[in-house]
Design a protein around this ligand. Structure first.
Ligand code: G6P
Ligand code: MG
Length: 217
């Protein structure tokens, strides 16, 4: 029985994937490389350095590891500048209602995000107050589709994988949840691909999937 719900952050609880795209696009423009929305979608869920490899696909020359690390730092500085404008109103529609309602229904909630900026985003949006545990890019060594971040989140909650549902907008994220042995819920882009066991396009559509646990109300 599902007792815990593990949420991806970027593109699920907050629309930061558009800010990732903007910051990568500005870097690509500066380097004279084209960077499409389709490439941006492939950056969902994967690590910063893996995303950079996608950004550099259209480059006419190769770059050294040192140059790549400089580019990643430049992108992250711009991304953090964009994040500094976030407020609780920037949480995804319905997030501030959904999370306390799921807790009221008896579920334990955790974040399972590959982002090293997750703490900043949770703080600025106020979403952190609804979460029982946070597994982010600072706690893991292998990014999605590896199951590590979902297994870490489950471990922090003291739950076994079969008690957990993983909600993610990235194909890599749904694969990670499945590899962890969890029920998967595709959201947004992943739902368009029918990647999850369930697929939803709005947070409120999660409520019928997770009815109150016995003795919770
Ligand atoms: C999430 C996003 C990815 C991003 C990754 C690392 O998984 O979906 O697009 O590359 O986090 O984020 P960071 O904030 O650490 O660069
Ligand atoms: Mg995501």
């Amino acid at each position: 029985m599902i007792r815990a719900i593990l949420f991806d952050l970027d593109g699920v609880l907050v629309d930061t994937d558009t800010l990732h795209y903007q910051a990568w696009k500005e870097l690509a423009d500066r380097l004279g490389i084209s960077f499409t929305q389709e490439q941006g979608n492939r950056c969902r869920g994967i690590s910063r350095m893996d995303s950079l490899e996608i950004v550099l696909e259209g480059a006419s020359r190769s770059y050294t590891q040192e140059e790549k690390e400089t580019f990643a730092r430049e992108k992250n500085a711009r991304y953090q500048q964009l994040l500094s404008a976030l407020t609780p109103d920037h949480a995804a529609p319905g997030a501030h209602a959904l999370l306390p309602e799921l807790r009221r229904r008896g579920y334990r909630l955790a974040l399972a995000s590959g982002s090293k900026n997750a703490g900043l985003i949770l703080e600025r949006t106020g979403l952190g107050q609804w979460l029982d545990a946070v597994a982010d890019g600072n706690l893991i060594t292998r990014s999605k589709p590896d199951p590590e971040v979902f297994l870490t989140a489950a471990g922090l909650l003291g739950m076994s994988p079969h008690q957990c549902a993983a909600v993610d907008d990235a194909l890599a994220g749904v694969q990670a949840g499945r590899a962890a042995g969890m029920l998967t819920v595709g959201f947004g882009d992943a739902a368009l691909h029918q990647a999850g066991d369930y697929n939803v396009q709005a947070l409120e559509q999660l409520l019928p999937l997770f009815p109150p646990l016995e003795g919770s109300l």
